[in-house]
Design a protein around this ligand. Sequence first.
Ligand SMILES: NC(=O)c1ccc[n+]([C@@H]2O[C@H](COP(=O)([O-])OP(=O)(O)OC[C@H]3O[C@@H](n4cnc5c(N)ncnc54)[C@H](OP(=O)(O)O)[C@@H]3O)[C@@H](O)[C@H]2O)c1
Length: 243
Amino acid sequence: MAEIAVVTGSTRGIGYETALALGLSGYTVVVTGRSEEAAAVAAKQLGERGVDAHGHGLDVTSFASVQRLADTLAHGYGQLNVLVNNAGIAAEWAAPESVEYAHPESVRQTFETNVLGVFHTVEALLPLLRRSTPARIVNVSSFVGSLTLQSQADPSDMTVPAYQASKAALNSLTITLSKALANTDIKVFSVDPGFVQTDFSPINRTHAPLTAAQGAEPIVAAAMLKTDAPSGSFIGRDGAVPW
Ligand SMILES: NC(=O)c1ccc[n+]([C@@H]2O[C@H](COP(=O)([O-])OP(=O)(O)OC[C@H]3O[C@@H](n4cnc5c(N)ncnc54)[C@H](OP(=O)(O)O)[C@@H]3O)[C@@H](O)[C@H]2O)c1
């Protein structure tokens, strides 16, 4: 039986390319997004490119939704080898109002998806990952979440504080989860894909240097353990990223 990989938020962008690369490497890939239809379309497209892909609706902000995915996986496969926590938003880009610092609703939405969503997904899928060791959990983080780089950056670069705080919190999750799983064969990584041409923000398509396929590369490398970094590391295209 092929190894099973779940990629959250894989209807487009970095998640889609991660699913494609894992699928072409022989994984059975579960493709997810909030819309069941969009997930099915993405899975069909991947299937036409030779990937064993299966679409599943998933909203990571809902624990019930993640639990439904866990039940489907348990009945369909009984195992899970790779979990890529890729679903993410930066709600500040969509907030129209001018704010002093951070719009409360943007902060809530960003943390619900980028932080609570990963806690939900890990909690629901960990029993399946434990059955499939060696297993891998890859949290798609960002260099803008690095506290080291934030403290060194020019003030004008600090434009999305809720998003940056959410990725710093996600990095903390990576550390604490890797320690909680230290006596298991499950490895946990935070991965920075770099600045990537996706629909993530109004500037990504025009300003980012990397294609979505390139952004997926370090995520796929971590998922396939093609890295020397120990569990609990923060890594990117060029190796270690400072916390
Ligand atoms: N692009 C960059 O330069 C960059 C840099 C560093 C880190 N990242 C991180 O990389 C990840 C992917 O970003 P991207 O650029 O590929 O963005 P994207 O093109 O906007 O894709 C985001 C994906 O997340 C899904 N999603 C959003 N909210 C969700 C929810 N509540 N539940 C489940 N899925 C949800 C979307 O699917 P549906 O809309 O179909 O639900 C979509 O598939 C994010 O975590 C982002 O923070 C991106």
